[in-house]
Design a protein around this ligand. Sequence first.
Ligand SMILES: Cc1ncc(COP(=O)(O)O)c(C=O)c1O
Length: 495
Amino acid sequence: MQGGGRMQGGVRIGSGGRIRPAGCRVASRLDAGRPAGCRAAGRAAAGWMQGGRQKVAAVPGEGGGDRRDAGRRTAVAGGMQAAEKRRRGMQGGRRKLQGKLAPPLQLCRSAAAALSIALFSYFALSIASKHRRATSKRKNRPSRRGIVEAVGNTPLIRINSLSDATGCEILGKAEFLNPGGSIKDRVAVKIIEEAIESGDLVEGGIVTEGSAGSTAISIATVAPAYGCKCHVVIPDDAAIEKSQILEALGSTVERVRPVSITHKDHFVNIARRRAVEASESKHSFFGSDCKGGFFADQFENLANFRAHYETTGPEIWEQTGGKVHAFIAAAGTGGTVAGVSRFLKGRNPEIKCFLIDPPGSGLFNKVTRGVMYTREEAEGSRLKNPFDTVTEGIGINRLTRNFVLAALDGAYRGTDREAVDMSRFLVRKDGLFLGSSSAMNCVGAVRLARELGPGHTIVTILCDSGMRHLSKFYNDHYLKDHGLLPSASGLEFLD
Ligand SMILES: Cc1ncc(COP(=O)(O)O)c(C=O)c1O
C-alpha cells in the first residue's frame, strides 16, 4: 500500500502515506513551494526509506551455518528479490506516471507555489497596514492618568429600604461617587478620548456642549486632564448651582432661553455653532490661543453609548456575578439605557430592561406604542406653561441616535410627586441623598420589583447626588409653588 499511498492524486512525491512522517504531508504536497524546514523533513523521510532498504540488504551478510538459517536466508533472499522486483516495478510505474503526468503535475506545483506566494504577500501586507493603523491610533491615544483613572468602577450598593420592602434585591450603581459627581464622567472621558484619537480635538482645544448640567460638569472636570477647555450652553431654567459649578471649574457658560430643538438657538444648536466658531477663531469666548473647537454632542455622539456599553454594563455584570434579572433607568440622551441594556442582553437575553419616563417625555409612548407623543404637547399646555417636570437630565421628545440603540422590554411612567417622595424616603431610611433622576430611577425599580415579584435582582442607576439639586428639587419653596411638597411617610405614594 505504500506505493498506492504515494500515487494518490499524483502529488505525494515523497514516500508513501503510511511510512512518511505525518508532519511532512502538507509540505510534500506543496513540494516546490514548501518551506525549508519541511524540505529537510522530506529528505529525512527519504533517508528513513534508504535506511530501511539497507537494513534488509544487510541480513544475508550476517552469516550463520545451519539449514534453518540457510532457509531463512533463502526466504529473506527470496523476499529481497520480491521486494527489489516490487521496487523496480514501482520505479517503472513512477517513471511511467511522471512521463504521463509530468506537465499537469508541474503546472500544479507552479500554481500551488504562485498561490502560496500570493497568499503570503496578501497576509503580510494586511498585517503591516493593520499595524500601521494601530500605531497611529496608539500615538493619539491619551493616557489615562490622574483624575481620569478615578472615573467608573463605582460600587453597586444594596438599597436596603427598597429591597426589604419589595423582597427583591434592589441595587443602585453609585455613580454620584465619580470625581465629577455623576455618571456623565464616563461619557465625558469617552467623548474626549475618541475625539483626540480621531484627531478632531487637540491639546489646547475647546470642547463645547449644550447640556442641562451633568455632562457639562463632567466635561469641565476631565477636559483639563487632556489639556483642553470647556464651553457650555445651558438653558436658563436649569438649577443655578450647575452654572456656578461650571464657572468654578474654569468653563465659560452661556445661559440661554429654552426653545424647541428645531430652533437655531436651542442650547444644543448654539453649542454646535460655538465649536465651529472656535475653530475659525471667530468668537470672543475663545482666546487667540484656542486650538480649535469640538462639539461633544452627547445626544447624537455614539461615544456616549459606547461609554456605557464598555464600562457601566460590564461592571454591573461583574458586580452581580451575572445574577441580574432586570435593569431600569430613565433616559435623557439614552446613552445609559442603550449601552447597559445592549451589553446585559448580549450576555444574557433573559435580562429584562425597562425605561422609567418622567412627565413631559415622549419615550414611554415610543417604547410601549411605537409613537412619540406626550399629553402635554397634545393639550398645548407646553405653550402656556413650559414646566413639565421637576426632574433634571431625563425625558426627551425626540429620538436620539443613542436611544435608538436601546434594547427595552417595556416602560413605566413616573410622576414628579413620586420622585420627590422617593428622594425624601431614601434620605430618611438609607442616608442616600440623591438627585432627581436617581429618585425617579428608584421609583421605576420599585414598580418593576412589584411586577416581577420577590426574589429578583434589579439594578438601577444612582446618577448624581442631591447636592446639585438644592435650589429646586430639595427646595420646599420651589416645590410648594408647584404643588409638590413631600408628604409620604413610607412607600404608600407608589400604591
Ligand atoms: C443627572 C442625570 N441623570 C440621568 C441622565 C440620563 O442619562 P442618559 O443621558 O444616559 O440617558 C442625565 C443626562 O443628562 C443626567 O444629567
